[in-house]
Design a protein. Structure first.
Length: 131
């Protein structure tokens, strides 16, 4: 299959366990200091956009995925509560309409600070498009 031409947008292709996958990906930053609902809605909107765009690509026997890479960030004033904010942010992922999600917030990156915000890790949200 690799090398065959077809029309459509595809940001990512991979194969695993005998299946081929094509995906439209989006990246977003997710502020989570004060506006919990806004953060959740932003993530849902980005995933919906990725799913809408991958639907435009014929599956050609491949499974189609919408994927969002999300970076949570917190204000400087949250320095002493980064772990609490991360737990709350990770909990909101459960409320999203996904097929799978994962995150990584290593201890060594908990204090990554750009002068204004802490950005301690990354999450990935995945939704498979069935039709």
């Amino acid at each position: 299959r690799f090398g065959d031409l077809y029309q459509g947008r595809v940001d990512l292709y991979f194969a695993h366990a005998g299946y081929e996958f094509i995906a439209e990906t989006k990246r977003t930053e997710s502020g989570f200091t004060l506006k919990v609902i806004k953060a959740r809605d932003n993530l849902a909107r980005k995933l919906k956009t990725a799913c809408r765009e991958i639907r435009q690509t014929p599956p050609n026997k491949q499974r189609r995925l919408g994927i969002v890479f999300a970076v949570p960030y917190f204000r400087k004033s949250c320095k002493d509560k980064v772990d609490e904010h991360l737990q709350a942010w990770a909990n909101l992922l459960k409320d999203l309409d996904t097929s799978a999600y994962a995150w990584v917030f290593p201890k060594c990156s908990r204090n990554l600070f750009d002068g204004t915000y802490y950005s301690p890790g990354l999450a990935v949200l995945v939704k498979e498009i069935k039709r």
